[in-house]
Design a protein around this ligand. Structure first.
Ligand code: 1HE
Length: 260
C-alpha cells in the first residue's frame, strides 16, 4: 500500500538496497495505523532485486513511536487487534526477505524503539536517545517490544526504562546493546547504507540463515539448537555459491579477514 509518509527508493548498481524513510517529520515520524500498514506492505512486496534494506527517519528524530492522537477510543478487543497489527507489520521487518539496518538519530522512543528492535542492525548517531514513555503514559508496549527489547538489553534494563522513564543517550545505548554501531552526528544513514551495500554482497542463503535460523536457534534448548545449526550449516554449504566462494578464497581471489 503506497503511503505519502513512507518513501521507498532503491540504491546500488542493481538496485540491491531498498531505502525506506519515515517521512512525517512534523509529527516526529509518529506511527499511525496507515503508516504501520504501509511498513508491512513495503516489506511484503520488495522487488526481487533487493538484498538489504535501510530504514531511516526524516527530520530531527527517527521516530516518536505510536501516534498518540489515535489512541483515544479503543476498547480492549480493539486494543488487542491493534497490537497484533503492529506485530504483523514488524514481523515482516524481522522475518522478511532481507536484512534491515535501522539508521537512528534523535528520538528512538516507544514504538520507534520497537521498530528499531525488529531490525537486524541498528546504527545510532550521537544525537540518538532511547526511551519507553509508555510507562508514564499509562500504557504498555504493544509492538513486540516486550519480546524483542529484553533480548537486546535484558528484562531488568527494560523494566527500569518503563518504571522510571529513564532515557539512554547514544553512548550508553550502544554500551548496553541497543545499537551495534555508534557514529558521529549526521552519519548514521551513510554508515547504514555502507553496511547494507556490504550485506547485499553476501550469499542470499547466508543472509537468510542469519535472519531466520539464528534467532530461532538462539531460543532453542542447546541440544535442539545444535541440531538445527547442523541442518542449516549443511544446507548453506551445499549451495553452489558457497562452493564458489570457498574456492575463490583458496585460490587467492577473495579478500582475507583483516585485523581490526
Ligand atoms: C506526536 C507524537 C506522538 C510528537 N504521537 N503526535 N510516544 C511518546 O510518548 C513520545 C512523544 N513525543 C515526544 O516525547 C516528543 O515529541 C519528542 C521527544 C519525540 C520530540 O520532541 P520535539 O520537541 O522535537 O517535538 P514536539 O514539539 O514534542 O512534537 C512536534 C509535534 O509532533 C507535536 O504536534 P503539533 O501539532 O503540536 O506540532 C506533537 O504533538 C507531535 N508528536 N510525538 C502523536 N507519539 C505499539 S504500541 C507503542 C506505544 C508507544 O509508542 S507509546 C509512546 C508514544
Amino acid at each position: 500500500m503506497a503511503h505519502p509518509d513512507l518513501h521507498v527508493q532503491f540504491q546500488g548498481d542493481q538496485q540491491q538496497v531498498a531505502i525506506v524513510r519515515l517521512a512525517r517529520p512534523a509529527k516526529r515520524n509518529a506511527l499511525n495505523d496507515a503508516l504501520v500498514l504501509a511498513i508491512r506492505d513495503t516489506f511484503d512486496t520488495l522487488p526481487a532485486s533487493v538484498r538489504a534494506a535501510v530504514i531511516a527517519g526524516d527530520g530531527d528524530h527517527f521516530c516518536a513511536g505510536l501516534d498518540l492522537s489515535e489512541l483515544s477510543e479503543r476498547d480492549a478487543g480493539q486494543g488487542l487487534m491493534h497490537s497484533r497489527m503492529w506485530h504483523a507489520a514488524l514481523e515482516r521487518v524481522q522475518y522478511g526477505p532481507v536484512p534491515v539496518i535501522a539508521a537512528l538519530h534523535g528520538a528512538v522512543v516507544g514504538g520507534g524503539l520497537e521498530l528499531a528492535s525488529a531490525c537486524h542492525i541498528r546504527v545510532a548517531d550521537e544525537s540518538t536517545f532511547y526511551a519507553l514513555p509508555e510507562g508514564s503514559r499509562g500504557i504498555f508496549v504493544g509492538g513486540g517490544g516486550a519480546v524483542r527489547i529484553p533480548r537486546l538489553i535484558g528484562a531488568a534494563r527494560m523494566t527500569d526504562m518503563m518504571l522510571t522513564g529513564r532515557v539512554y543517550n547514544a553512548a550508553d545505548g550502544e554500551r548496553i546493546g541497543l545499537a551495534q554501531y555508534l557514529v558521529p552526528a549526521g552519519e548514521s544513514f551513510a554508515k547504514a547504507l555502507e553496511l547494507a551495500l556490504r550485506i547485499a554482497q553476501n550469499a542470499p542463503l547466508t543472509n537468510y540463515a542469519l535472519m531466520h535460523a539464528l534467532p530461532r536457534i538462539a531460543e532453542q534448548p542447546a541440544d535442539q539448537g545444535f541440531f538445527t545449526e547442523a541442518m542449516m550449516a549443511a544446507i548453506a554449504q551445499s549451495a553452489p555459491e558457497a562452493k564458489e566462494r570457498v574456492r575463490d578464497f583458496l585460490q587467492g581471489r577473495a579478500a582475507k579477514v583483516q585485523k581490526a
